[in-house]
Design a protein around this ligand. Structure first.
Ligand code: SF4
Length: 608
């Protein structure tokens, strides 16, 4: 096989046993890698109903056949597990040198199960695995831990670490790498913490195989040149995703006051233009020639890496003005290893609960000192932090019905930074995202703004399926960054061409979409297996967007229409080959070679 190694490394932390497993070629042809490989491994290996924070849950770190090869923005890897936040399938991608090194170990993925008795870290160098002590790193911030490990293993290695939030099982703790690149929003950092695994250090020295090197070089060089020649390139390099603050304000989707509104009068205090003035450095992922990690000096004159999502969620959503303050909270969250999107939601929810006197504590909107205090308390589960560490869904359930009406999440994962009162397709994207509400799988709001903003149409459902297939299916399994396509218009056809050159087999966008459809359907089967009492209500966006209209901005008075939303959801199910409950049909499972899930689904919900 070219492109893949055909081998996965299994590590059992309880027994400290390691084994190498050769996977059948069909795993790669049917799932490609990254997310695809991860969900298949989790389906096969995780006991149904496993407690996500128990030793029996598996953590998968997976690369794809294009990861960390010299082609645009390829330095990503996927971290996946059963989520402690949603109790369904959870994953995230991270742009990191760990991707480069994982690809060069000779393994396509590392699967970790069991738990250590005392804090430790894994050191993987090619096919050599060492279990190292991490007592002195436990309790340290993610940045300190990475620095400490780098002193031992040097700069020529990849580092995946957790902070105190992961150690203390905060349900939305992330895995952090390279001082602020983090991933695994649905609590994948807490899964590492539950295994007493502070870090994974990986060093690889083997060259991944490429079937047609000359063709690969030609296509890749051309793709790099196209990125540089794009009209959008110069502005992207200046602002990256931070330009979206102004765009969201103009289009009334900037999350404001716990997603109450889509505009904020002080949006300029957190804008991309202001960020440019504070910028001191640009960072990015390996092999990327459009690096978008904008580093600014925060309120304490420390470096903080910003993007749109963290600034909107820790800025407008909690009414925290002044970009340097927002940057400071962002930096603290990175040090603690806590997801900034969920943190912004949790704080917004808590502030609203306080305003409505549903909690004893009084927390004012935009109170910088309180926000910092609460972030730290959360990471250590101290005082009210133990409540905040549970995430919005559980917080709301414990406060009762009134609170559930302003709890902004889908399936337990807090919504990322687009208000959807006036964006029905983006609401559907959040509802049907395979990890709970996240924009990664379909940023359809830009299409919606350009076309039929308030329409509930079949075309939008169709576009959503396409975007999910490309973003959540193709890019997450290859595993490369979607932004060259999204932001500077790199033609999608480059990716099947590159995959064909690397693997030596012919791939087209259509054949990749078949894999994507399989991945989405298997992830859905996984959720149903874990939830058992599945219903279509689980695919609904937050109630607030249906019940409480916007009061400000160009769409004042607008809210989502329940009947029309349901119609779009029906179209979506039909296009995926799922029934009206959102359960894959037997015929769909057969068509996608997923018959092995049928007996389980049949027993739990019955198949149509
Ligand atoms: S565009 Fe940004 S996120 Fe994507 S690979 Fe480059 S630096 Fe990483």
């Amino acid at each position: 096989m070219y492109g893949w190694w055909g081998r996965v490394l299994y590590v059992d932390l309880t027994t400290k046993r390691v084994k190498e497993v050769v996977l059948d070629e069909k795993y790669y042809v049917e799932y490609i890698g990254g997310r695809g490989l991860a969900v298949r491994l989790l389906w096969d290996l995780n006991p149904p109903g496993v407690d996500p924070l128990s030793p029996y849950n598996h953590l998968v770190i997976a690369a794809g056949p294009l990861s960390a090869l010299p082609l645009p923005s390829s330095g990503k890897l996927v971290v996946a597990s059963k989520s402690p936040l949603t109790c369904g399938y959870g994953d995230g991608n991270i742009g990191t040198m760990a991707s480069y090194h994982l690809r060069r170990t000779g393994y396509d993925a590392v699967v970790i199960t069991g738990a250590l008795k005392r804090p430790g870290y894994l050191y993987i160098e090619d096919n050599k695995v060492e279990f190292q002590d991490a007592e002195d790193l436990w309790g340290r911030s993610a940045l300190e831990a990475e620095d400490g490990l780098m002193c031992i293993h040097g700069k020529n290695a990849g580092y995946l670490v957790i902070g105190p939030a992961g150690e203390n099982l905060v349900r939305y703790a992330t895995i952090v790498s390279q001082r602020g690149r983090s991933g695994g929003r649905p609590g994948i950092g807490a899964v590492m913490g539950s295994k007493k695994l502070k870090a994974i250090v990986v060093k690889g020295t083997r060259e991944p195989t490429i079937a047609n090197k000359e063709e690969f070089r030609k296509v890749s060089e051309e793709a790099y040149r196209k990125v540089l020649a794009s009209d959008a390139y110069n502005f992207w390099i200046r602002q990256g995703t931070m330009a979206t603050i102004v765009w969201s304000q103009q289009n009334s989707c900037l999350p404001t006051m716990n997603f109450r509104e889509g505009v904020w009068e002080y949006y300029e205090s957190i804008s991309g233009d202001l960020m440019e003035k504070l910028k001191v450095e640009r960072r990015g992922c390996p092999y990327c020639n459009m690096q978008c990690g904008n580093v600014v000096l925060d309120f304490s004159i420390e470096k903080s890496e910003l993007d749109y999502e963290n600034v909107a969620m820790l800025g407008s959503n909690i009414l925290l003005s002044d970009l340097r303050r927002v940057a400071e909270v962002n930096r603290i969250a990175d040090e603690l290893g806590i997801d900034t999107i969920s943190l912004g939601n949790v704080l917004g929810f808590h502030m609203e609960a306080s305003e409505r006197k549903l909690v004893d504590e009084r927390v004012e909107w935009g109170d910088f000192r309180e926000v910092k205090r609460l972030a730290v308390e959360t990471a250590y589960r101290r005082g009210v932090g133990a409540f905040l560490a549970e995430g919005v869904m559980r917080m709301a359930r414990s406060l009762g019905k009134e609170a559930e009406e302003f709890a902004i999440h889908v399936k337990g994962l807090e919504v990322s930074a687009y208000d959807c009162h006036s964006a029905p397709a983006m609401a559907l994207a959040y509802g049907t995202s395979p990890i709970g509400a996240h924009h990664k799988d379909a940023w359809i709001i830009s299409y919606e703004v350009r076309t039929d903003r308030l329409g509930y149409t079949r075309e939008k459902a169709e576009r959503l399926v396409f975007l999910q297939d490309v973003r959540g299916g193709m890019f997450e399994s290859l595993t490369t960054c979607r932004l060259p396509w999204v932001e500077v218009g790199l033609d999608l056809e480059y990716y099947p061409k590159l995959l064909s050159a690397v693997t030596g087999t012919t791939w087209t966008l259509d054949s990749i979409r078949v894999v994507a459809n399989r991945i989405y359907t298997l992830i859905r089967a996984y959720w149903i297996r874990e939830y058992r009492d599945w219903s279509r209500e689980l695919d609904y966006p937050p109630i607030r967007w249906f019940k409480q209209p916007l009061t400000k901005g160009p769409y004042a008075g607008v809210k989502l229409d329940f009947e029309k939303f349901n119609k779009m959801l029906d179209w979506y199910y039909e296009m995926r080959g799922w029934d009206s409950r959102g359960v894959p049909r037997l015929e769909t499972l057969r068509k996608l070679n997923l018959e092995f899930t049928a007996p389980v689904l049949q027993e739990i919900v019955g198949l149509e």
